[in-house]
Design a protein around this ligand. Structure first.
Ligand SMILES: [Fe+2]
Length: 346
C-alpha cells in the first residue's frame, strides 16, 4: 500500500494507493489543496479512483465534488450522508475495491450522523470519530454523544489493539497512533460508563468552528464557496492597476467608461472622476439602457475589488468583451491619496 498524508492546518487527508495496479483513493480532501492532490497522485504514479469523505465536514471545505468533476470519478460517503452529489453510498461492512486494496466501511455515528471509519490492512481511517488523544465533538448539527459512545466502545475500539489510527484532524503534528494506545491513554476514553461519557461530551463548551455555516452549506449541498465564486470570476476577467487608471485620468486619455458599481451613498460620498454609477444589484436590469455599445471598454470598480470582479465577469458573460476590473477598489484608491470627486456624477 502506498500511503501519503496531506496536512492543511489541523485537517488531514490521505492518499491511499495500490502499488500493483496504480489505483488510489483520496480520503477527506480539502478544497485549497486540489492541485497538491493531483500532483501527488501523478508523482506517485497513481490514478485516483474514489473520493471519500468520512463525514459531512463542518470546519473545512471538502474538495470531493470539485475533484469528482475534474477526474470523473465517484464521490463516496456513508449511506446516511445528506449530500445530493454523492455517487456511492456505503453501508456498514461494505467494501470499496481500490486495485488490490479493500477499504471496509464502518458506520460510526456520533460526531455526525453520517460518520464512518474505513479499515484497510492494518490501518483505520477514523475521520472525526476517534482522534489522537481525543474524539470528535458532538455538539454540531447531527452530533449525538450517546451514538458516539456506542460507535467507539462497540465499534472502532474493538479493532485489534495494534491497528494504526489515522484521524481526519491532528493539531500536534503526530502521524498516527494505535487503538491500544488510545484505549490506554486517550483522556476521553477513560470514561467507560455511557452516562458519564455523554455528560463529559455535553460539557466541553467548545467554540464554534469558523466558516461553520458556509462549510455545512457547501459540503451538504455541493454548492460553491464565496472564495470559489470569486476565483471563477477572477479567472475570466482582465484587471487594470490603480496606477494605470490614475495615469489615464491624468493624461485625460480614458478611452473607456469608468463604472462604479457601489451603492448610491458610497458613490455620492466620493468617486473616481468621470465615473458612471450603476449599482451591482441593478446591473442586469439596467445594462441595456446604460451600456449601449457592447464593444466599448468598461473599467469596473467597487469598494474592495471583489464585487467589481463579479460584476466584470457578469458583463463579459453578457457580451461586453471589453470589460475590465480594477485591481483593488475605492478603499485602496483613497488610501493611495488619489483624487476623488463627490456628488451625483455624470
Ligand atoms: Fe468533522
Amino acid at each position: 500500500m502506498r500511503f501519503d498524508t496531506v496536512a492543511t492546518g489541523g485537517c488531514r487527508s490521505y492518499l491511499i494507493g495500490c502499488e500493483a495496479t496504480c489505483a488510489a483513493a483520496l480520503i477527506d480532501p480539502e478544497l485549497s489543496q486540489v492541485d497538491r492532490y493531483m500532483a501527488l497522485a501523478a508523482r506517485n504514479g497513481l490514478r485516483i479512483r474514489y473520493l471519500v469523505d468520512t463525514h459531512t465536514h463542518a470546519d473545512h471545505f471538502s474538495a470531493t465534488q470539485q475533484l469528482a468533476r475534474q477526474l470523473n470519478v465517484p464521490v463516496v460517503m456513508h449511506g446516511s450522508s445528506p449530500a445530493p452529489f454523492v455517487d456511492l453510498r456505503l453501508q456498514s461492512g461494505e467494501l470499496l475495491v481500490v486495485g488490490n486494496l479493500r477499504l471496509q466501511a464502518m458506520h460510526t455515528p456520533g460526531h455526525t450522523r453520517d460518520s464512518m471509519c474505513l479499515t484497510v490492512e492494518d490501518c483505520v481511517f477514523t475521520g472525526d470519530t476517534l482522534l489522537i488523544g481525543g474524539t470528535g465533538r458532538t455538539d454540531l448539527p447531527s452530533g449525538d454523544a450517546g451514538a458516539l459512545y456506542e460507535s467507539l466502545f462497540d465499534g472502532v475500539l474493538r479493532l485489534d489493539p495494534s491497528t494504526k489510527v489515522f484521524p481526519a484532524h491532528e493539531y500536534k503534528g503526530r502521524t498516527h497512533t494505535t487503538i491500544g494506545q488510545e484505549l490506554a491513554e486517550n483522556p476521553r476514553l477513560q470514561q467507560r460508563e455511557r452516562g458519564a461519557f455523554i455528560e463529559m461530551m455535553q460539557n466541553l463548551n467548545l467554540t464554534m468552528p469558523t466558516h461553520l455555516t458556509e462549510a455545512l452549506r457547501t459540503n451538504m449541498t455541493g454548492g460553491k464557496t464565496v472564495a470559489q465564486m470569486l476565483a471563477e470570476a477572477a479567472a475570466i476577467v482582465p484587471f487594470m492597476s490603480l496606477a494605470e487608471l490614475k495615469a489615464c485620468i491624468e493624461r485625460e486619455k480614458c478611452d473607456f467608461i469608468v463604472l462604479d458599481v457601489r451603492e448610491r451613498d458610497a458613490f455620492e460620498e466620493g468617486h473616481i472622476h468621470g465615473a458612471r454609477h450603476l449599482p451591482r444589484g441593478q446591473l442586469e436590469l439596467r445594462v441595456n439602457q446604460e451600456l449601449t455599445d457592447p464593444t466599448q471598454r468598461i473599467l469596473v470598480y467597487c469598494e474592495f475589488g471583489r464585487v467589481s470582479t463579479l460584476a466584470t465577469a457578469t458583463l463579459r458573460q453578457m457580451g461586453f468583451r471589453g470589460a475590465v476590473a480594477l485591481d483593488g477598489g475605492m478603499k485602496a484608491w483613497r488610501e493611495a491619496g488619489y483624487p476623488m470627486v463627490a456628488g451625483k456624477g455624470v
